[in-house]
Write a protein that binds this ligand. Structure first.
Ligand SMILES: NC(=O)c1ccc[n+]([C@@H]2O[C@H](COP(=O)([O-])OP(=O)(O)OC[C@H]3O[C@@H](n4cnc5c(N)ncnc54)[C@H](O)[C@@H]3O)[C@@H](O)[C@H]2O)c1
Ligand SMILES: *[C@@H]1O[C@H](CO)[C@@H](O)[C@H](O)[C@H]1NC(C)=O
Length: 309
């Protein structure tokens, strides 16, 4: 085929797909996307022993999924297991896994494959935070933050992606944060780890698309503060634009995004606008806005989960 015709053909295909992308989004703005059925899917939630991980486990229990629950805290995880059974799950498997250790992730992953089967929905949710100025953070804490919040995502993908690729079926869920979109004070290592998690999940989403594995979906979640205790003490000066979120609201939104196969979920919606502002505001104007909105002060009264992993 002459190259000019080929170029015309490529342009036409692009134009059709591009416009279709808009029309589809517009359509689903009015008519919600159909929700997929997850009954019988094997759902792995890391950090399922409390907070959002627990609530997500309960949502998927209700939807008839087979649950695989990973946490470093056996008591919390057992509680989640009991609650999930009450919520209707017939098959729940709990594992103690230290997500800051690659070898432990691979060991437990192998056990899951043998005892339960191939994970089809992987929810990387476990996360930790130190919440100090950089020079006050012990090096071990920086390393652990990256191990749990970012590197664990890579190891879990390596463990469970091969089966998803074989079947061209699966869903990869990354619980990042608003701290994965916008850097802020007293959260340098946490922000860096959440940016890394987002960058990794987004890259894999595109890599799988480029390879033609359209049956493997991705969802990337970036919430602002949630009332789970992880960021205990934190306050917001902007309850309208940046409210502290209710855990059940967040769990519902995440579940819905997974069922509708939505790629990006930022909460609250102001974060979409904040990211847009960052891309074009002069830096000093952006800093003035941050000062005015007191966004660098949100960590001032942080206490967090004192001394708990
Ligand atoms: N709470 C917030 O304000 C907020 C905001 C944005 C994003 N997030 C993110 O949401 C996710 C869930 O947060 P949450 O508020 O439910 O926190 P949480 O502290 O209630 O729960 C985190 C769970 O992860 C587990 N965990 C910690 N280290 C682990 C390890 N090494 N191996 C295995 N499990 C480990 C903990 O035992 C706990 O059960 C985290 O990734 C967090 O960074 C939280
Ligand atoms: C988890 O692994 C890290 C890194 O090896 C270690 O420092 C920590 O003590 C472990 N936690 C538990 C509860 O085993």
């Amino acid at each position: 085929m002459p190259s000019k015709t080929k170029a015309m053909k490529d342009l036409l295909i692009f134009a059709v797909k591009f416009i279709y992308g808009f029309l589809e989004a517009l359509f689903h703005w009015v008519v919600p996307k159909p929700k997929k059925n997850v009954a019988g899917e094997i759902v792995l939630v890391t950090g399922s022993g409390s907070g959002i991980g627990r609530l997500l486990a309960l949502r998927f229990a209700h939807l008839g999924a087979i649950l695989v629950l990973w946490d470093i805290n056996p008591e919390g995880n057992q509680e989640t297991c009991d609650l999930a059974r009450k919520a209707g799950a017939s098959r729940v498997y709990t594992y103690i896994c230290n997500c800051s250790e690659r070898q432990d992730i691979y060991r437990v992953a192998a056990q899951v494959k043998k005892e339960v089967g191939d994970v089809t929905i992987l929810i990387n949710n476990a996360g930790i935070v130190t919440g100090k100025y950089l020079l006050e953070i012990p090096d071990e804490c920086v390393e652990k933050t990256f191990d749990v919040n970012s590197k664990a995502h890579i190891w879990t993908y390596k463990a469970f992606l091969p089966a998803m690729i074989t079947n061209n079926h699966g869903h990869l869920v990354c619980i990042s944060s608003s701290a994965g979109l916008l850097g802020t004070s007293r959260l340098s290592d946490y922000c860096a780890s959440k940016f890394a998690a987002l960058g990794f999940a987004e890259s894999l989403c595109f890599e799988l698309f480029a390879q033609g594995y359209t049956g493997i979906k991705s969802t990337i979640v970036c919430p602002f503060f949630i009332k789970t205790g992880m960021f205990e003490g934190c306050i917001t000066e902007n309850p309208l634009l940046l409210p502290i979120l209710e855990p059940n609201y967040v769990a519902d939104k995440i579940t819905n995004a997974i069922l509708e196969e939505q790629v990006y979920l930022f909460m609250p919606r102001f974060l979409y606008f904040a990211l847009f502002l960052k891309s074009f505001l002069p830096v000093n104007a952006a800093l003035a806005l941050c000062e005015y909105m007191k966004v660098f002060e949100v960590m001032n009264c942080f206490t967090g989960r004192l001394k708990k992993e």
